[in-house]
Design a protein around this ligand. Structure first.
Ligand SMILES: Cc1ncc(COP(=O)(O)O)c(C=O)c1O
Length: 407
């Protein structure tokens, strides 16, 4: 059970915006005070670079920065801290994987399996890699409601399939894909699996060891941490085979004027340049906060709120819901006859923050039949009272009011 009053007190954004109902946590989450304090502490007490200074402050910060690798590894149950590569977020993790692994190992005719639910960040890098290598992109057919169909997935396999890259949770439909089975089947066919965990890692317990997943990407800012950081988890032996995306300071051991370069080992080989130190320290605090509350409690609470929301929304006859089976806090819907963006602007005038549009999943209309939806995304600090207030507003929404609010 969550202590919702305590949780809400931990988030300054909630205290400072008493009239705002924030239902856009899948875009980015609010940050608890402990995360803000960690960032603030770094700048006010410990400001120095990592891995570079031969003085106490730099050692201290380097240690705290490296300790976060262990915090992340434990959080996703990775055995080896060297499997955690710091990145700028999911997008940079997915690009590192596509270019560092895909470009190096894929050849003409190899197949990359994706779905129509991909976020742009898990499709555009693969498009480029396919163009460069002659590999082919193929889409795994989903059920009509967007849920995953293991039989159709199995039918996609030929010897040419080398990479399967999927969201663990879709950012528009919120469905949790059966990752363990997906990975087992891919491995039986000698393909590797990359899970885009941007929406999963903040909301459900992710266990890379149990899943036996090859790669997992995620972003700090969606899981209560600062923006600008995230991670790529990879099996060490696969990371070791990959090329870095960037070259520069800190990722090399030595080089000479003839161009002989010795790069550092995994994970440092992928981490050129001064990183977002405060972001990593903040992410460390965010994970500790999530751990204190417990990922199982968060998942259960997300589910309770989501089912409540779907139940209330289903009772309205001016609404179409696109993901009625969701449990993870993401609800996509439309008000019949009203453009998603017009409705979102009207909701904003009533103090509700939701997202509208295609949510960067620009080919998902091939599954749900519409280009644009309203997406409400909930997290551990939201309440049923907020949902009730939103439902009353939706009930009262007309096309005239929406158009007026846009003018
Ligand atoms: C499923 C999914 N993948 C990738 C991303 C990209 O994350 P970021 O913008 O933090 O790199 C997002 C962001 O919304 C997402 O929802």
């Amino acid at each position: 059970m969550l202590d919702i009053n305590k949780i809400r007190n931990d988030f300054p954004m909630i205290k400072n915006n008493p009239d705002l109902i924030y239902f856009d946590s899948s875009a980015t989450s609010f940050k608890p005070q402990c995360v803000i304090d960690a960032v603030n502490h770094y700048y006010t007490h410990d400001n120095s670079n990592v891995h570079r200074g031969d003085y106490y402050l730099s050692y201290k910060v380097s240690k705290a920065y490296e300790d976060c690798r262990k915090t992340i590894a434990d959080f996703i149950n990775a055995e080896d801290v060297r499997s955690i590569v710091y990145t700028n977020g999911s997008t940079s993790a997915l690009n590192l994987l596509a270019y560092g692994y895909g470009r190096k190992y894929l050849t003409k005719g190899d197949v990359i399996l994706l779905t129509y639910t991909e976020h742009a960040s898990n499709i555009l890098p693969w498009f480029n890699v396919a163009k460069e290598t002659g590999a082919l992109i193929k889409y795994i057919p989903l059920n009509d409601d967007g849920t995953f169909n293991l039989d159709k997935y199995i039918d996609c396999f030929t010897d040419a399939v080398k990479v399967v890259s999927l969201p663990y949770i879709s950012n528009v439909l919120g469905y949790v894909y059966p990752a363990k089975e997906i990975i087992r089947i891919a491995h039986e066919h000698n393909a590797i699996v990359s899970l885009d965990g941007a929406q999963a890692v903040p909301h459900i317990r992710v266990d890379v060891k149990d899943l036996d997943v090859d790669f997992l990407s995620f972003s700090s800012h969606k899981m209560l941490g600062p923006s600008g950081v995230g991670a790529l988890y990879g099996k060490y032996e696969l990371l070791e085979k990959m090329d870095p995306l960037y070259y520069g300071g800190d990722s090399n051991a030595r080089f000479d004027k003839e161009g002989n370069v010795i790069l550092k080992k995994v994970p440092y080989i992928f981490e050129s340049g001064t990183p977002c130190i405060e972001g990593i320290l903040g992410l460390n605090a965010a994970i500790q906060y999530l751990n204190e509350i417990g990922m199982d409690n968060i998942e259960e609470y997300d589910k309770e709120l989501t089912l409540y929301f779907i139940d209330k929304l289903s009772q309205l006859d001016n609404v179409t819901i696109y993901n009625k089976k969701t449990t993870t806090g993401i609800i996509s819907f439309n008000l019949n006859g009203i453009f998603a963006q017009d409705a979102a602007s009207y909701f904003s005038s009533k103090g509700i923050a939701v997202r509208s549009g295609n949510h960067c999943a620009k080919i998902l209309h091939n599954v749900i039949g519409v280009n644009e939806t309203i997406r409400a995304s909930l997290y551990l600090y939201n309440t049923k009272e907020e949902i009730d207030r939103f439902i009353e507003i939706i009930k009262d929404t007309t096309i005239e009011k929406c158009v007026e609010s846009v003018l």
